[in-house]
Structures are given as C-alpha cells and as structure tokens.
Design a protein around this ligand. Structure first.
Ligand code: NDP
Length: 343
C-alpha cells in the first residue's frame, strides 16, 4: 500500500518523502515535469520504493486523474502538499487562488472517481495563513487557535500577493472540508489539515541550496546576506516551526486516530527579524560586521509583535516536542554557509 504525495519536489514535501521512505512506505510522488521527477529519483538514490508521476499544473481540474487512476488499487494515504507559495504576482487568481483551490478540489475529485473505496486518509497541507487574517499576523493583542479562520473574501484576497497567498490557503482548505461534507457517502477517507506557521530548516539535499531559497527560508537567507546598514523592520513578525517537525506531523496526521477531522497548527512560538539577526551574530563570527548588529534589547521581547498562537490541542494530539528557534535557524544557516564555503 502506497502514500501518494503531491508536489513531492517541494521544500517540505522532500522531507516528508524522506521520512516516509525511512519508515518503509512506498511513495508515489508528483512533479511538474519529467526532469524534476528524474532529479528527485536520483536524489533518493533510485530507491525502489519511490516512483513519480507527472502532474504539470494543478490549476487544471482533472490534473490528478491519470496518476490516481493508474495507482487506484494501491493508494491508501494521500498527502496533498502541492500549492503555489510565493507573493510575487499581480495575477492573483491565475497564479495563486485558482491553483490552490482547484488543486485541492481536483485531487479530492480524482480520489472520489478512481479510489473512493481505497483511500483511507487524506492530509491537506494547509497553513496558518488559513487561520489568521493578514492584518493580524503582527497583532500581538490576539491569540488564535485551531478554531479560527482567515475571513478574507475572494475579492479582498486580490489586494496584493500576500493577501492572495493567504486567501489561497484559506479557500483551498475550506474547499477540502466542504468537499467532505458534500461527499461523505461517496468516499471512504478521513481528512486532516496541517497548518504550519513560517517553516524554516535545511533543504533535504545540499545541492538544492541556491542563491534564492523557497519563500519561507528566503526570510533567513536574505538576512544572512543583508548589509550592516539594513534597517530591521520590527513590525515584521510571525511564528516559526522547523521543517522536520512539519514532516513528522504529516506522517502522524494519517497514522493517528486522534487527528481525524482536526486542523493541526504547527508553531513553536513567535519570532521577529531582529531575533534571526541576534542568532546570526551569536553563532557566526564570520558574519559579524557584515550583517546588521545584534540588538540585545529585543532578546527579552522575542517576536513581541507577532500574533499569539494557542496550539495546545495540536501539540497534545501530536505528542512530540518541536525544535527550538536557535536550532532551526542555525541548521538553515549552516547549510547556506557551507554551500558558500564560509563555514
Ligand atoms: P515549495 O514551493 O517548495 O513547494 C510547493 C510545491 O507545489 C512544489 O512541489 C511545486 O512544484 C508545487 N506546485 C506549485 N504550484 C503548482 C502548480 N500550479 N502545479 C503543480 N505543482 C505546483 O514550498 P513549500 O514546501 O514551502 O510549501 C509546501 C506546502 O506547504 C504548500 O502547500 C504551502 O502553502 C504550505 N505551507 C508552507 C509554509 C512554509 O513556510 N514553507 C507554511 C505553511 C504552509 P515546483 O517544485 O515545480 O515549483
């Protein structure tokens, strides 16, 4: 029995595939092109338990039909991670909202069509972006839980790239829960959503460390390469989680009974940009003087502007301890500096 992982080439998904293979699962991954599929197969050392299918654009309804139909007798679990994650567009519907929503609706429709009685569990990689409104991300006066939703409208989500990405995750996750409500009698699977905050941590493979990293790690990469005069905007704040914890949670999300019907918020606390700078100055003498200075003042007020997150329920369901801020930042940076021969 196999686990189907959409977007297997992604930053988070590669860790998930790795953990699945290490736990002995057979994995069917999807990639946008044959070239990307071949690269992943090579990176995993031609592991016979990993096979790949091409799904070139999740915005097209029916995009998953062929892949799911081909493996319909074999797929027991589906992890849907594929979704565009960037803020860099003005075509909000085309580049963010529609692929996210159609990707989610599409994969669930394909399961219903071809594997309704085979797939037992579906895990949707949602986001904290579907929990929080953009304007509340840096509002320390509120505390959000698994019950909260980003309330942005479809029109409101077309204000800029950030609103569109946040909206894309909220509309896609809602589409998944709505699908299940409407199709309870036609599918067998139970649904779980995983809602991570900013995900940091190393790329699974060193060779994937490029000048520009995936959207969340780029947050750290940019500061590693900031010049000493760069002004650190204290109003930019959020919450963090390590990619290895996000991966672990995806596996537990389909392995545990207690996760059925739940939204799992993955967060290990707040951070601000200055907190990253402080960790860089403390741990990397080679960066001292080349990046903005530490500001010990902010140590006491770590991420003081980030919105509060109460994810006690998720943590108790998952039952493992998340990695600390300094560890996740350093593991991200070690890999960047190693690549640049500065380590
Ligand atoms: P990546 O950009 O590394 O991964 C996104 C994956 O989706 C890639 O495999 C990408 O393919 C695929 N994809 C995007 N658009 C399409 C499309 N139109 N058709 C087919 N495939 C597509 O980002 P992450 O690993 O960070 O994100 C993975 C998931 O986690 C996303 O759903 C994201 O919203 C969610 N998430 C991420 C967080 C973070 O901080 N990183 C926080 C919360 C949620 P390709 O590699 O070819 O581009």
């Amino acid at each position: 029995m196999s686990v189907f992982v959409s977007g297997a080439t992604g930053f988070i998904a590669q860790h998930i595939v790795n953990d699945l293979l290490n736990q002995g699962y057979k994995v069917i991954g999807t990639a946008r092109s044959q070239e990307k599929a071949d690269k992943l197969i090579r990176q995993f050392g031609n592991n016979p338990n990993l096979s790949m299918e091409i799904v070139s654009d999740i915005a097209q309804l029916g995009a998953f039909d062929k892949a799911i139909e081909k493996h319909s007798n074999d797929i027991k679990y589906v992890l849907h991670t594929a979704s565009p994650f960037h803020f860099d567009t003005i075509e909000y519907e085309k580049d963010l909202l529609i692929p996210a929503v159609n990707g989610t609706k599409g994969i669930l429709e394909s399961i219903k069509k071809y594997a309704a009685d085979k797939v037992e569990r579906v895990v949707i990689t949602s986001s904290f972006a579907s929990v929080v409104n953009v304007e509340d991300q840096a509002n320390s006066k509120i505390v959000l839980t698994e019950k909260d939703w980003n309330t942005v409208s479809w029109e409101g989500a077309q204000k800029d790239g950030i609103y569109a990405y946040y909206g894309s995750k909220a509309f896609a996750e809602r589409a998944a829960w709505d699908f299940l409500k409407e199709n309870r009698d036609s599918v067998k699977f139970k649904l779980t959503a995983v809602n991570p905050v900013y995900v940091f941590g190393p790329q699974l493979f060193d060779e994937d460390v490029k000048a520009q990293l995936n959207t969340s790690c780029e947050f750290i990469n940019e500061l590693v390469h900031a010049d000493p005069e760069t002004k650190i905007d204290a109003s930019v704040a959020g919450n963090f989680i390590d990619v290895r914890d996000v991966s672990k949670a995806h596996l537990l999300a389909f392995q545990k009974q207690e996760t059925v019907g739940e939204r799992l918020i993955l967060s290990n606390g707040p951070f601000g940009k200055q907190d990253i700078i402080n960790v860089l100055n403390k741990n990397y003498p080679q960066l001292k003087g080349k990046i903005p200075p530490s500001n010990p003042d902010t140590d006491a007020k770590i991420g003081k502007n980030a919105c509060g997150v109460n994810n006690e329920k998720s943590k108790s369901i998952l039952g493992f301890k998340f990695m600390a801020f300094e560890e996740t930042v350093c593991d991200t940076v070690n890999q960047i500096l190693k690549k640049e021969n500065k380590f």
